[in-house]
Design a protein around this ligand. Structure first.
Ligand code: CA
Length: 462
């Protein structure tokens, strides 16, 4: 189907669900809208506003200058389905059962869309869902969890051949075009149709997830730029030589989409009454430490972008080193909208912190991964503070880094006797967190792949 025809079908789907919005109750000005945009597999470091001078992200950098950047936004379980479970429920995977990919979110869990709908919002979800317990079939209505407008392909990374199920359709529609562009068309139409009523729109983009292949027009923007690898990437195989280029170019394609959405909010007169978020579910090692993809405790895997703009409420131009966990997103968004937060939520409502009305409540983030669902990585648990990260696996201590002195994690201090005290302190804190959060799952499976670095360096003890 041509992009234009798909757009018409999606617009009809938006109109069909929009008719219910009059029944929801809240007035346009009583609640801020939310546009929650998230990438798949994008690292915090791949943004101009995070100090990366080679990736082209003008719209995201502008958004950052108009809002708040959190530099330590931590994916508590750095892989798709567990992150999405946390985003929906504000609860960790060990509590909901969504501990690895392709697990269905139990219908007994209360979702962010349930709460937003109850607060009078219309809800819309576009893009990748990955909480249905399968990958390719349409998602049953009861499993859409109160997302009223729905244009979803549950899980695919065929970004050049997007397909969607709209609302209750049983047949998928295949669309010509680059997936984020098509999704952004629909998002813009959703915003237009809902400008007179509070809405909560989530767009779950696919890139820069592998396969590492971006459209030529974005790759061309990098012509003449020599892209430098992060200092913790050992030499690549020749076949992977273009990975970083295509990854960065995919990020630039999302940047353009964000630019289109911000322009539409301006045009619709909704800029000031809309909370706009850009983030990602987890990062990508892209060769750092000799590892690829995600499910690792290193920064490239756990630290994700986070920009939030709310004119007049969140002071513009802030860059903060606060620790925020992915499990905090649900209660924080509910808090910003004045919606009620369910009792069983484990995350922290950071809305008052973001709006400058409170002090920091979190000094560490709990990290969890299990390998049972396949994919890279192994079973491990970890703790990330502003200055340190520590993790263990089934055979014992694994990593310890001083992030202030060693931001690229070139010196694993875990076995260094002079850091024993720090290691024990973090391990105790992690043990305490596990008890507090009720996590005691056994660690099984396999040991991690070895760490590979370009060349050893040495960090001196404190
Ligand atoms: Ca993912």
């Amino acid at each position: 189907m041509k992009r234009r025809d798909f757009f018409k079908a999606a617009a009809a789907g938006i109109t069909a669900t929009a008719t219910t919005s009059a029944l929801l109750g809240a007035d346009r000005n009583s609640r801020p809208n939310v546009v929650f945009l998230f990438a798949d597999q994008m690292r915090a470091h791949d943004l101009g506003c995070m100090g990366n001078s080679q990736v082209i992200t003008p719209h995201l950098d502008k958004l950052a200058s108009e809002g708040l950047v959190v530099k330590n936004m931590i994916a508590a379980s750095p892989v798709c389905t567990p992150y999405r479970g946390q985003l929906m429920t504000g609860r960790y995977g060990h509590a909901t059962g969504v501990v690895h990919n392709d697990i269905k979110l139990p219908n007994s869990e209360i979702t962010i869309a349930d709460q937003m709908k109850q607060a009078g919002y219309h809800t819309g979800y576009i893009g990748k869902w990955h909480l249905a317990g399968h990958r390719d079939n349409p998602v049953a209505k009861e499993d859409r969890r109160n997302w009223l407008f729905w244009a979803v392909r549950n899980c695919s990374h065929d970004h050049f051949n997007p397909q969607y199920w709209i609302n209750d359709e049983t047949e998928a529609v295949a669309v010509d075009g680059w997936e984020p562009d098509v999704q952004t068309d629909v998002a813009i139409e959703y915003i237009r149709k809902h400008r007179d009523h509070p809405f909560f729109l989530t767009v779950s983009y696919g890139p820069p997830h592998n396969p590492y292949k971006a459209p030529e027009r974005f790759v061309n923007q990098y012509e003449g730029r020599a892209l430098k690898e992060r200092p913790n990437v050992p030499p690549r195989n020749e076949k992977d030589a273009d990975q970083l280029l295509h990854y960065d170019a995919m990020v630039t394609s999302l940047d353009e989409c964000v630019g289109r959405i911000t322009a539409e909010l301006d045009r619709a007169g909704l800029r000031d009454n809309t909370i706009l978020v850009f983030t990602s579910d987890h990062g990508d090692m892209l060769g750092s430490q000799g590892h690829r993809l995600k499910q690792r405790p290193w920064e490239e895997s756990i630290n994700v972008p986070f920009i939030i703009r709310q004119p007049g409420k969140i002071k513009a131009g802030q860059k903060r080193d606060w620790i925020v966990s992915s499990v905090d997103l649900m209660p924080t968004l509910l808090g910003l909208c004045g919606a009620s937060i369910p009792d069983k939520v484990q995350g922290i409502d950071q809305s008052a912190l973001f709006q400058d009305k409170d002090v920091e409540k979190r000094d560490s983030a709990f990290l969890f991964n299990t390998h049972n669902g396949g994919g890279p990585g192994c079973d491990w648990r970890g703790i990330r503070t502003k200055d340190w990260v520590y993790a263990f696996h089934m055979a014992g201590d694994w990593i310890l880094y001083d992030l202030k002195k060693d931001p690229y994690q070139l010196n694993n201090l875990v076995d260094r006797p002079e850091y024993k005290r720090k290691r024990d302190e973090l391990r105790d804190a992690l043990d305490a967190l596990r008890v507090e959060l009720g996590e005691d799952l056994p660690l099984n499976g396999r040991l991690p792949d070895p760490i590979r670095l370009p060349k050893p360096t040495l960090i001196e003890p404190n």
